[in-house]
Design a binder for this molecule. Structure first.
Ligand code: ZN
Length: 130
């Protein structure tokens, strides 16, 4: 029996979602963190056109401390954005705002594995309170 939902992209997402599921909640890992708001803007690889933006207050009791966001490229292989370290460093230093940029390190599609990176850009801003 052939299963549709297989392949590199699906396996990667499965492993990553398991890693997220197995991690502590933000509230459990960062006891002193009282609120967290994320402002995420996704850009194309040139960084000029914004493809989407999302801003919300994170539910610390439910959100996991492996803090990652799916790449908006529906064909992306082994990419996505992981802000786990950025968040941990921000909390450790008691920063109240952190912003930066990350580039998706996945492949643009399954036909460009080992040749063309996805390279979508995430510009993020975290607002923290303690
Ligand atoms: Zn990507």
């Amino acid at each position: 029996m052939y299963r549709q939902r297989t392949g590199a992209r699906f396996e990667h997402r499965e492993l990553e979602s398991q890693r997220v599921k197995d991690s502590l909640s933000l509230a459990a890992r960062f006891g002193k963190l009282k609120s967290l708001t994320v402002d995420l803007s996704f850009y194309d690889p040139e960084g000029t056109s914004k493809t989407s933006q999302v801003k919300y207050t994170v539910n610390l009791a439910n959100a996991k401390s492996v803090f990652r966001f799916n790449c908006p490229n529906g064909e992306c292989i082994r990419g996505d954005f992981d802000l786990t370290d950025e968040l941990a460093k921000a909390v450790a230093a008691k920063r109240t705002t952190v912003s930066g940029e990350k580039t998706c390190e996945g492949w643009r599609s399954k036909t460009t594995i080992d040749t063309v990176h996805c390279a979508n850009i995430l510009r993020y801003k975290l607002t923290l309170a303690y």
